[in-house]
Design a protein around this ligand. Sequence first.
Ligand SMILES: Cc1ncc(COP(=O)(O)O)c(C=O)c1O
Length: 390
Amino acid sequence: MIPVVMPTYSRIDVVFERGEGCFLYDTTGRRFLDFTSGIAVNALGHAHPYLVEKLTEQAHKLWHTSNLFRVAGQEKLAGRLKELTFADTMFFTNSGVEAWECGVKLVRKYHYETGHPEKTRFIVAGGNFHGRTMTAIAASGQDKMVKGFGPLLDSFDRVAYDDVEAVKAAVTPQTAAILVEPILGEGGIRPASLGYLKALRAIADEHGLLLFFDEIQCGVGRTGKLFAYEWAGVTPDVMCIAKGIGGGFPLGACLATEKAAQGMVAGTHGSTFGGNPLAMAVGNAVLDVVLQPGFLDNVIAKGALLEGKLDDLVKRHPSVLDSVRGKGLILGLKCVVPAGDLVTALRDNGMLVVSAADNVIRILPPLIVGEAEINEAVAILDRTCAALAA
Ligand SMILES: Cc1ncc(COP(=O)(O)O)c(C=O)c1O
């Protein structure tokens, strides 16, 4: 008999009951060190007192009014993100893929409005992942995601990741945008070189294309800057964010410049729930914390500490681990053994991580992680790798 919850995931047989900071507790009372953070979602860990306070405060006042009306929390969060980024305007969503899809529509509309309706195609790179709608699976193109779901939107031209020449060669009169993750997430935690991101800006400018970054996984402080593109010193025209900005509450946003968003007038896009007062209370609260003096510096420091220790582990366990990559607190350990085996063994030893493509395990602790938790993680990894090597 089909399970009552549609079996689209191969779920792990653990049920969590509560969380606190970097730790989760299951229904049997077992404690786990959470270095998955709901796949880069719980940026401030579990049950962060300030987020709980702000969500509860809002819950007592107002949950939902509809986007028929102005929503004060949206204007506040958008105003703050405008000050902090390249963007002049943004649309709030309930998930990452909706934010991404808003960006796809916005790109098409921009070219339509500016007299180039033929520009409809997107250059995408590497093992890109943007979610599970029909458009997003078409953009990823991976067999396991698309098989049986066709016909798909034929609008995506895939090239190798971090390869400037490949992008140049892929530009055609139909190209509308270059769309990349500054750090590949599901694709195996691969940071693009900063020169690559700069070159993409130049190619986009030369050909009248929009530059579209997906920072759903790598944004909101994870790399130690508020957004990963800041490291490269270039700005996109469009960017989608989600995950961390909600700290565990469903929230995403599509950010754009005024020029890029010129076609997104009344009636062109919408969402019943997107940007509702509860989500906005949490999004604003996450920003309050992430923008506190020293917060992002601490992400950089903790990231460097963790990366150094992971490097040592790679040297100590060469038959299990191959290399470390990533930036800040979005790190990947490329494995020699099957990554899935290491994920399972770590979980058995009380630590949660998630795998990615290219035989990588992702290390995504909450951004509030402390030295004690890093030391505990490294000790569990050390023990687990030694057992796997034996
Ligand atoms: C880079 C990237 N884009 C988009 C998405 C899709 O986000 P959501 O699952 O919230 O729709 C994800 C989710 O993992 C992601 O990592």
